[in-house]
Design a protein around this ligand. Structure first.
Ligand code: PDD
Length: 287
């Protein structure tokens, strides 16, 4: 059975799934997206992702293309048609198709909706988490609204390529003050020398990660000391542990920053525990 995509109301073979050349997502990155982790065919952190989707769309004055309930059904039907129980589901909503003009179309257009799904090999991702990954740093060069989850990801793509060429898995953006903002597709965390779990606050120009928010709750419930406070790459190297979070990575230990070992260069117990607790919670609350 081949892959199936959802495009504007229709399920289509993936190889034949196309959007119009004047889709504003294609021409202006005038589109937002969401990615859900999928456990047992269910969507992880549904409330967080739907709330952020509505917020991203609202900030761009793009209407919700359908209700949360209808979207949930279509997302899950996409998973079903692709026979995916463990994986990721991707939703993109653009302003729609209109003759090229920077300002919004004068006539009302219908948002364009696409959905794709991909399986994840859980055993392979557990093995990766057990080993930990390397990150590199790169100067922050993105626009001022990283809180909106738009498909305008060129700086993120370039940063990720830099990471890949250095044999790393993620790139951390570092701002003018020398503080880590976030990863190219994840949020960044450390457990500092005092045992405090730290991640950057959302007053900064970062994406409000849904996994980040859930993990803050998990960590507080687990009795950890938590501070939403930024850190430098040097502090990450000097930290007891470091990790990244996201729908794709869940909680993934970082063992190297710019070639320097974090702690003794192996994943630590806190990240491993948080990963386990996060996954348990995500499975229990998935819809
Ligand atoms: N990325 N920061 C950025 C820049 C991201 O792109 C992402 C997610 C995150 C983590 O957010 P969440 O926990 O809500 O997944 C933080 C997705 C997975 C992606 O682009 O594929």
């Amino acid at each position: 059975m081949g892959r199936i995509a959802y495009v504007n109301g229709r399920f289509t073979p993936h190889a034949e799934a196309f959007v119009h050349i004047e889709d504003r997502g294609y021409q202006f990155a005038d589109a937002v997206y969401e990615v859900w982790a999928v456990f047992g065919g269910k969507l992880a952190d549904p409330e967080g992702h739907f709330a952020r989707l509505e917020r991203s769309l609202g900030e761009l004055s793009i209407p919700m293309p359908m209700t949360r309930k209808a979207l949930t059904l279509v997302l899950k039907e996409t998973l079903r048609r692709n026979r995916i129980t463990e994986g990721l589901v991707y939703l993109q909503v653009s302003r729609g198709v209109a003759p090229r003009d920077h300002a919004f179309p004068k006539e009302e257009v219908r948002p364009a909706v696409i959905i794709t799904a991909n399986p994840v090999d859980r055993a392979a991702s557990e093995a990766r988490a057990a080993k930990g990954v390397a990150v590199v740093t790169t100067p922050e060069n993105r626009w001022g609204r990283c809180d909106i989850k738009t498909v305008g990801l060129l700086p993120n793509a370039l940063a990720k390529q830099k990471a890949r060429e250095a044999g790393a898995v993620e790139a951390w953006f570092v701002d003018d003050l020398g503080l880590v903002t976030e990863g190219a597709s994840s949020n960044a965390w450390i457990i500092d020398g005092d045992g405090i779990l730290r991640t950057r606050d959302t007053n900064a120009n970062i994406l409000r990660g849904v996994t980040r928010l859930s993990l803050l709750e998990v960590a507080r419930e687990a009795g950890l000391k938590v501070e939403e406070r930024p850190f430098t790459p040097e502090e990450a190297v000097a930290a007891r542990e470091a990790f990244i979070t996201g729908a794709g990575t869940l909680v993934l230990p970082v063992v190297k920053v710019d070639g320097k070992l974090v702690g003794d260069g192996v994943p630590g117990p806190v990240a491993a525990r948080l990963r386990r607790l996060y996954i348990e919670r995500a499975k229990a609350t998935a819809v």
